[in-house]
Design a protein around this ligand. Structure first.
Ligand SMILES: [Zn+2]
Length: 40
């Protein structure tokens, strides 16, 4: 498991994922330790 430690890989937008742990935004679910899908 890898965590970005708050370093976003993408812009916060619908369909991306946010790490509940550190708040990094990524496109790939596996890029963060605790992905939460961004809706709306
Ligand atoms: Zn994280």
């Amino acid at each position: 498991m890898s965590c970005r430690k708050g370093k976003s890989k993408t812009k916060p937008k619908v369909g991306a994922f946010r790490c509940a742990e550190c708040g990094a935004f990524v496109k790939q679910k596996k890029d963060v330790c605790e992905p939460k899908k961004i809706k709306k």
